[in-house]
Design a protein around this ligand. Structure first.
Ligand SMILES: NC(=O)c1ccc[n+]([C@@H]2O[C@H](COP(=O)([O-])OP(=O)(O)OC[C@H]3O[C@@H](n4cnc5c(N)ncnc54)[C@H](OP(=O)(O)O)[C@@H]3O)[C@@H](O)[C@H]2O)c1
Length: 300
């Protein structure tokens, strides 16, 4: 059973966690801080980041914490964040693409993408690309992308990424979480082809009691509880991210998640990737679309 007590000493490591003010991102940031890392909480609301830092500091870890503003709906915000980060920090050992939104009312990012596809995938694609030069320059750097078991029910509808034809909130969430898997795997293939030493890993945290359900009504939430049973607390949902971020046992292109009840609960272990997420033609098409949409090209 792997827990955060198994984390190696992360003194001297610099880590970014997106969406770290609450839920799984908060516990991921806290776990890294407790292991000695310098953790940057990249949050859309800087006040929430500041409050989260005050709360994490009560754990009196040996690491350090800083907040930074990052809105993943906005490519300008992403570029500004990455530029300032690159000016301020010499290394980036781990980028954790954690932030996420689930089943919001129909809405779009600044670039016009459906919000979940736009934040969960496109925003993190642009962020990773903007930070890639720093990751590449950091020995042993890792990129951890947080997906979900929802990827199993996802497909990429290239004709409806702006949700102009129709909007089904859960269908679009599943699509965005499948996009996370395609992204992480295609990134590892491209990194390997370019000869860089960076690792790209994908995780799913199981079913956890977080604010992700904020857009569910009571009936939808009850149905989710019926389906998943007892939810884990966020500290446990953070373990796959912590494992991928720091365990010496991981390999690029692998998927990690809780080891029990089909990945719903448990402790981190390697997971089998469903065949539909291994389709390299779709992964390449998604990558090309993401490059064109963001103007960000990497790892080349
Ligand atoms: N909870 C689960 O059971 C579960 C299951 C599978 C996968 N996941 C995945 O785990 C990740 C974390 O989710 P969670 O459960 O911890 O949810 P959460 O408690 O709702 O936290 C989501 C985080 O993402 C941030 N965020 C949302 N939109 C953003 C934007 N435009 N720019 C920057 N940050 C943004 C939120 O900021 P605000 O607080 O300011 O809104 C918050 O910090 C997500 O990728 C989610 O898909 C969770």
């Amino acid at each position: 059973m792997w827990t955060k007590d198994n984390l190696p000493d992360l003194t001297g490591k610099t880590v970014i966690v997106t969406g770290a003010n609450t839920g799984i991102g908060f516990e991921t940031a806290a776990g890294l801080y407790e292991a000695g890392a310098q953790v940057i909480l990249a949050c859309r609301d800087l006040n929430k980041a500041t409050e989260a830092i005050a709360s994490i500091q009560q754990r009196k870890g040996p690491g350090s914490l800083a907040g930074a503003q990052l809105d993943l709906t906005c490519l300008v915000s992403i570029e500004r964040f990455a530029t300032e980060f690159t000016q301020q920090y010499q290394f980036l050992h781990v980028l954790i693409n954690n932030a996420g939104v689930m089943i919001p009312p129909a809405s779009q990012t600044a670039a016009g993408f459906e919000l979940q596809f736009g934040v969960n995938h496109i925003g993190h694609f642009a962020l990773t690309g903007r930070l890639y030069p720093l990751l590449k320059a950091t020995p042993g750097a890792r990129i951890v992308t947080v997906s979900s078991l929802a990827y199993l029910r996802g497909s990429i509808d290239f004709d409806n990424l702006y949700s102009k034809n129709s909007y089904d909130p859960m269908r679009e969430y599943c699509q965005s979480k499948l996009a996370n898997v395609f992204f992480a795997l295609e990134l590892q293939r491209r990194i390997s082809a370019s000869g860089d030493g960076v690792l790209s890993l994908v995780v799913q945290p199981g079913a956890n009691n977080t604010e992700l359900a904020r857009n569910m009504n009571a009936a939808e939430y009850a149905a989710a509880l019926e389906r998943f049973g007892t939810l884990m607390e966020p500290w446990q949902g953070a373990l796959p991210s912590l494992y991928a971020a720091a365990s010496p046992a991981v390999k690029g292109g692998e998927f990690y998640g809780p080891d029990q009840d089909g990945g719903v609960r448990g402790y981190p272990a390697r997971a089998i990737i469903a065949p539909h997420a291994l389709d390299e033609a779709i992964a390449k098409r998604l990558w090309q679309l993401s490059e064109e949409a963001t103007g960000v090209r990497f790892p080349g």
